[in-house]
Every structure is written in structure tokens, then in C-alpha cells.
Design a protein around this ligand. Structure first.
Ligand SMILES: NC(=O)c1ccc[n+]([C@@H]2O[C@H](COP(=O)([O-])OP(=O)(O)OC[C@H]3O[C@@H](n4cnc5c(N)ncnc54)[C@H](O)[C@@H]3O)[C@@H](O)[C@H]2O)c1
Length: 426
């Protein structure tokens, strides 16, 4: 296989396209965004990630991005679909981007092509949605062209686990599709590739991985609320339980779950199972508990300020961090985006700052956010905040209340410095 086409050059597609170029493939990237096409072709990463920025620079000229499907797909031996699969306002799967990508492929499909869907999809999507669209080309899946699903597991910002080091699972519409997909990934990654008997298993595996996290985070979020009442430090308890060398895996509470995966993927399984008459009560409850943490953060802010004789109404709050996790510029489904309007609704005056997200910050620096603030709410513990916000520094600013939604700061040191400090369940 010599020519590869990656459809969708986002958090998933861009690193894959770079890897393919480094591995000697002729690579094209099909994108709907002119800006991403322009940046990629100029060797500039549109995603803030040091490592990825270097890769995009290095593959300049080797990775050709375009908005023209015929140009991108011409002579492609393998096509990887990496478009978004969000949910709509009713939390139902929105497969519009996937369908549109499949239409582009169908119009340019040729015999022998291997089409791999990397986007996260519910079990059945490859065979029920993608395959019929692709077969409108007149070619038959598993006979004239090959169709597989290999869910992407990348963790943007993770320095240890980069794309080549992460094991993969693949499923296909027939044996030959799985075999070819297995060979393809074997050529580009250093980790094992597990070939599955069914494409549905591959689709389900990814949803299970992310739902597992959502459920476990919901469990510790519920513990955080309960332990706040019982006056037990949830972080200390989780660390204590983690000393058991088997049968326990630590998860930590926070302001809710964000990102394009964990907060979205469970809905894909919930919706698909519902269609077949099964109600995923446990998954729905986990989503509900994790979403309830936004209101809980506001409750904690009210309590913290009240204890100082202040009210949330008209309180000046330095609201720090908008990204869904530390040290990235991704705001998709970020809890901060929901907490901010809740605080504003209660009359809080917010100075919002995220060093990675200028567009949504309303002040230009941490200093400006802290100036004259009654309270600090750290919604995302970016390293800039961890470095700057020492107890001494916060005390000097005469800020009375510190709400650490990530339990990332040293609670004991803050309390010693006379600052009213609250974590989530700590
Ligand atoms: N972000 C993650 O950490 C992550 C990890 C694993 C899996 N996934 C899954 O991978 C998929 C992609 O996620 P992402 O985070 O890369 O999304 P993204 O939004 O960062 O990137 C998707 C890109 O596809 C482009 N696009 C949309 N429709 C298109 C079309 N019809 N043709 C060509 N380009 C199109 C968009 O402009 C965008 O640049 C999703 O299914 C997601 O669930 C994401």
C-alpha cells in the first residue's frame, strides 16, 4: 500500500497523517476546513501540541491537505476516516460527518481500496450506515473493496502514550478486510494489533473503554459528594485503596467529564441499545452523576463564600481553566463551559482566564484574573496555575476562598496559610 488518504485532520486524523508520511506513504488529507488545509500545507499544526507541531513541520510537503475529495482520494490504496461523531441536542448520535465522508469515498471508490473507519461509532455503524453508502458506488464490500473499523485510542497531550505505542484492535466486514487492516497498522505502529472476529466487537470495544471511565469517574464523583457530608477526604481514601496491588484502579473526582470521547461515547451505546429495546440504566446514571458535578461546583462556591460572610451574587471570581483537561487547548464538552453560565446566572462576576484558550478568556493574564478577586475557582489545573498559585502568592493577593475542582493543589499548605480551601470531596 503506497498511497493513504486521511479524512478529517483533527486530534485523531492529523497525528495519523503525519505518522503515515513519516512511514513513507504518499499521504493526502481531506478536510472541510480551509484554515486547517492552509495551515497543514504550510507545516503548521492547528492543534496546540508541541510534539504534533514538530511532526507537522517535518512532514511539510509530504502531507498534502485539500478540500477536494477527488484530488485527495485519487489513487488512494487505503482511506482512514477520522471525522467527528458527536451527539445532537437530544444526546443522540450525530453521524452526519461520517455519512458525508462515506459519500466522498463512494464517489471516488476503486477496486482493491481499503476503507478504515477510525471515528468512534456505535456497534453496527460500519455495516448499517457506512457500507450501504459506500456500496452505492456499485462496488461490493469485502469483494471489490475492503471495509474495516479500527477505533482510535489517542490521548491528546499524553507524552508517554503516542500513536505508535498504543495497541490497536481491528474488525472488518469479512476476514480479508480485517487481515488487510491488520497488515496496514502493523506497518505503521510499533504496538500489537489485535484482529477481532467481528466489526461490531471493534466498535463496541472503544465504547466500552470510554464508558468504563465514565462509570468509574461517576462512582468517585458520587463518593466525593458523600464524603463531603461524612467529612472524609476522598483523595486520601482513593490513594489508600490504590495501595492494594490488585483489583482496584484509581479514578479521581472533578467538576464533571469533558472531551469529545468520555462525555459522548456512552450515549452512542445507550442510543443503539435503546433502538433494540434495552435500557442502559447504569450508563445513564453515570452520565447524570457526572453532569451533576457542574451544579455541585456552584454549590461549593456558594458555601465557601457564605462561610466568609459573602454571597456569590456580585462576588468577583477568578475562574481559571476552560479546557476539559490540563495543558491542552480542547474545550469540547468541557465542564467549565457549563459552570461559567451557572455562576453568572447567580450573579457572580467572572474573570475568566485560560492560557491555552485566549478566545474564551475575558482577561489577558492570570494577574488580571486575580486582581481584587474574592475567590479563585480552578476548573482546570494547567501547569501555569500549579506553578503560580502558591499559598503565599494567594494570601498576598488577599483572596479568601480557593475552590480546587481538580484536587491538584496542596490543601494542607493552603489551610496553613489561612486560606479557606475546598476541593471536590476533600
Ligand atoms: N479527540 C480524541 O481524543 C479522540 C480519541 C479517540 C477517538 N476519537 C474519535 O475520533 C473521531 C475524530 O475526533 P477528533 O477529536 O479528531 O475530531 P476533530 O473535530 O478534532 O477533527 C475532525 C476533523 O474532521 C473534519 N471534518 C468534518 N467533516 C468532514 C468531512 N465530511 N470531510 C472531511 N473532513 C471533515 C473537521 O473539520 C475536523 O477538522 C471522533 O469519532 C472521536 O470520537 C477522538
Amino acid at each position: 500500500m503506497k498511497k493513504a488518504c486521511v479524512i478529517g485532520l483533527g486530534y485523531v486524523g492529523l497525528p495519523l497523517a503525519c505518522l503515515l508520511a513519516r512511514k513513507g506513504f504518499e499521504v493526502s488529507g481531506l478536510e472541510v476546513s480551509d484554515e486547517i488545509v492552509e495551515k497543514t500545507n504550510s507545516g503548521i499544526s492547528h492543534i496546540e501540541d508541541e510534539f504534533l507541531a514538530k511532526e507537522v513541520r517535518e512532514v511539510k510537503g509530504k502531507l498534502k491537505a485539500t478540500t477536494n475529495a477527488a484530488e485527495a482520494l485519487k489513487n488512494a490504496d487505503v482511506v482512514a476516516v477520522c471525522v467527528p461523531t458527536p451527539v445532537d441536542k437530544q444526546f443522540l448520535p450525530d453521524l452526519e460527518a461520517l455519512k458525508s465522508a462515506c459519500v466522498s469515498i463512494a464517489e471516488n471508490l476503486r477496486k482493491g481500496m481499503l476503507v478504515i473507519i477510525e471515528s468512534t461509532i456505535y456497534p453496527g455503524t460500519t455495516e448499517e450506515i457506512a457500507q450501504p453508502i459506500l456500496e452505492k458506488s456499485g462496488l461490493k464490500a469485502g469483494v471489490d473493496f475492503f471495509l474495516a473499523h479500527c477505533p482510535e485510542r489517542i490521548d491528546p497531550g499524553n507524552r508517554k502514550w503516542r500513536l505508535p505505542q498504543i495497541p490497536r484492535v481491528v474488525g472488518g466486514v469479512n476476514k480479508e478486510s480485517v487481515r488487510l487492516a491488520g497488515i496496514f497498522y502493523g506497518q505503521i505502529i510499533d504496538a500489537p494489533v489485535k484482529e477481532l472476529r467481528s466489526v461490531r466487537s471493534a466498535e463496541a470495544a472503544k465504547i466500552v473503554e470510554n464508558t468504563f471511565r465514565d462509570i468509574n469517574i461517576a462512582f468517585v464523583n458520587e463518593l466525593a459528594k458523600s464524603f463531603d457530608v461524612l467529612n472524609i477526604d476522598v483523595k486520601e481514601v482513593i490513594e489508600a485503596a490504590s495501595t492494594k496491588p490488585f483489583g482496584f484502579m484509581p479514578f479521581y473526582p472533578g467538576p464533571g467529564v469533558g472531551g469529545h470521547c468520555i462525555a459522548v461515547d456512552p450515549y452512542y451505546l445507550i442510543a443503539k441499545a435503546k433502538q433494540s429495546g434495552f435500557d442502559h440504566k447504569f450508563l445513564r446514571l453515570a452520565r447524570e452523576i457526572n453532569d451533576s458535578m457542574r451544579e455541585y461546583v456552584v454549590e461549593l462556591a456558594v458555601e465557601g463564600l457564605n462561610a466568609l460572610g459573602k454571597s456569590l451574587k456580585d462576588a468577583k471570581i477568578a475562574f481559571l481553566g476552560i479546557a476539559y483537561k490540563p495543558d491542552v487547548d480542547d474545550t469540547r464538552e468541557s465542564p467549565a463551559l457549563y459552570i461559567i453560565p451557572l455562576l453568572r446566572k447567580k450573579g457572580a462576576v467572572l474573570r475568566i482566564f485560560d492560557p491555552h484558550i485566549e478566545a474564551l478568556s475575558n482577561v489577558e493574564s492570570l494577574e488580571a484574573a486575580l486582581e481584587g478577586a474574592d475567590a479563585i475557582i480552578v476548573a482546570t489545573s494547567h501547569k501555569e496555575f500549579l506553578q503560580a498559585l502558591t499559598p503565599k502568592f494567594v494570601r498576598k493577593k488577599k483572596i479568601g476562598f480557593f475552590l480546587d475542582c481538580r484536587n491538584a493543589f496542596d490543601k494542607v499548605a493552603f489551610k496553613k496559610a489561612g486560606i479557606a480551601f475546598k476541593g471536590i470531596g476533600c
